[in-house]
Design a protein around this ligand. Structure first.
Ligand SMILES: NC(=O)c1ccc[n+]([C@@H]2O[C@H](COP(=O)([O-])OP(=O)(O)OC[C@H]3O[C@@H](n4cnc5c(N)ncnc54)[C@H](O)[C@@H]3O)[C@@H](O)[C@H]2O)c1
Length: 429
């Protein structure tokens, strides 16, 4: 049995000084190398988990205020990990106050035992180096990003500096201070550019589907010679960097090319977080715009906690520079018109407008083939199907609506003075 204790670094935020007793977790390592047939190397951290081990572990999660980062922070803390988050709420700069993730960070600080937070910019190379040098994490989950391909063309320097150079900052620091610690990088299916649109499609009543009967798109699709959007390019650069650090430096980097990641904690805005945003519009009675393909474009949806649990499997059995397509797969695929119908069945009639013009580089039908991930990580099981995803989201947004309506009513009553206590009636009357 081997035991590993996370060491606290000298460079902690003041409010990071909470000392807590690290929980002990037991993890099992199953050798799946033969199952997958990919080149793997012995990583000291993975070796730690051979057989049954008791370990104390520390994870750094970049973008911890965001949808995926916050889910990972919660999930890993629930498994007994010490979690350190990094997020400077850049999302608010990208998308305005509606995109702010600061309340999520407040929530993590309040509800996740021992959670510590840094709020500097991933572009700050020296600070990233200091962080990894002082914390020496056992795992890094890298989700901080400019996440919208529409937004990227308006802020090309920021987009590239954050997505590509920010990732390079993290990789070099990891190489220098924790080279054996697995790194999970949330890449995107946009690295394939519009190539998925070259697959012959058939048009059905409510969606497009692949004419050749394939289940989905696998990792063999080329990322070359297609229209990506600047976002697709900055993410593809980061994706290649992560692959290269795996191959060149033999670091355990996992590159997860995600389809639509979703969950109720998304600070959904029109430009990013389609499913959460459409549900939000339906619940709030806000009009929604559909761009192109008569709303028959298809996406597969995966809940962010299912992504987090997969990252733990990667930690247990890491591989250098391995690329995985990740999404909800065919079972969790849905078109926009099907989403509108499902919301209608749930009692939320969406008001929407159809525009003929599609978004540049938008996929018509994208369903991830997740057989590689399933083969390599047979212990991983998705917990969320589409009805569960939609129900959870709608319930959360309804609860938020009720809370804000109650607050609004109280504010109005306060202004009109109607909720002031009635003056006491004099006894003599
Ligand atoms: N949500 C999806 O559907 C989806 C699909 C494919 C890939 N991805 C990828 O998954 C990752 C996470 O996506 P998400 O939906 O959770 O995004 P998100 O916008 O909800 O979270 C990203 C977080 O990173 C933070 N951030 C941005 N720039 C930063 C910087 N310079 N320094 C520090 N923090 C910074 C933001 O403030 C935000 O809280 C991203 O890399 C994204 O490209 C997401």
């Amino acid at each position: 049995m081997s035991r590993r204790t996370a060491s606290a670094g000298p460079q902690q935020d003041r409010d990071c000084s909470v000392v807590f007793s690290l929980l002990t977790i037991t993890v099992w390592q199953i050798d799946k190398r033969k199952l997958c047939g990919y080149a793997t190397t012995n990583f000291p951290n993975a070796g730690l988990l051979s057989g049954i081990s008791e370990v104390h572990l520390k994870a750094i999660v970049t973008g911890s205020g965001g949808l995926v980062g916050s889910a990972c922070a919660r999930f890993f803390a629930e498994q007994g990990w010490q979690v350190i988050g990094l997020d400077n709420n850049m999302r608010q700069e990208f998308f305005g106050p509606q995109g702010s993730t600061s309340s999520e960070v407040v929530n993590l600080r309040q509800t996740v035992p021992g959670y510590r937070h840094y709020s500097f910019d991933i572009r700050d190379r020296q600070k990233i180096r200091d962080l990894l040098r002082s914390e020496r994490p056992d795992m890094v989950i890298h989700t901080a990003a400019q996440p919208s391909h529409d937004k990227a063309s308006a802020i090309p320097y920021d987009d590239f500096d954050i997505n590509a150079v920010g990732t390079l900052n993290l990789l070099v620091a990891a190489r220098d201070y924790c080279p054996e610690s697995p790194i999970c990088f949330t890449s995107t299916n946009k690295v394939y550019g519009d190539r998925p649109n070259t697959i012959p499609l058939r048009e059905l009543d409510t969606r497009f589907d692949y004419a050749d009967g394939r289940d989905g798109i696998d990792e063999s699709m080329s990322i070359d010679s297609s229209l990506h959007s600047l976002f697709g390019v900055s993410k593809a650069s980061a994706d290649l960097l992560c692959q290269e650090f795996g191959r060149y430096y033999n670091m355990p980097t996992g590159i997860f090319r995600c389809g639509c990641l979703t969950g109720p904690h998304h600070a959904a805005v029109e430009l990013h977080g389609y499913l959460a945003y459409i549900v939000l519009c339906a619940v709030r009675g806000k009009p929604y715009s559909v761009y192109g393909y008569q709303g028959k474009q298809v996406r597969d949806q995966i809940h962010c906690s299912d992504v987090a649990s997969l990252f733990l499997e990667f930690y247990k059995s890491p591989r250098p520079g391995e690329v995985f397509n990740l999404g909800g797969g065919r079972a969790n695929s849905i078109s926009i018109v099907e989403t509108i119908a499902a919301l209608g069945d749930m009692g939320f009639d969406l008001e929407y407008q159809m525009f003929e013009k599609n978004r540049i580089g938008d996929h018509i039908c994208y369903i991830s083939d997740i057989s590689k991930v399933r083969t390599c990580y047979p212990g991983w099981e998705m917990q969320y199907d589409l009805p569960r995803i939609l129900t959870e989201m709608a319930a959360r947004y309804c609860a938020a609506e009720t809370r804000s309506a109650t607050k609004g009513r109280l504010r109005r009553r306060r202004r009109s003075g109607s909720d002031r206590l009635a003056p006491p009636v004099p006894e003599s009357l």
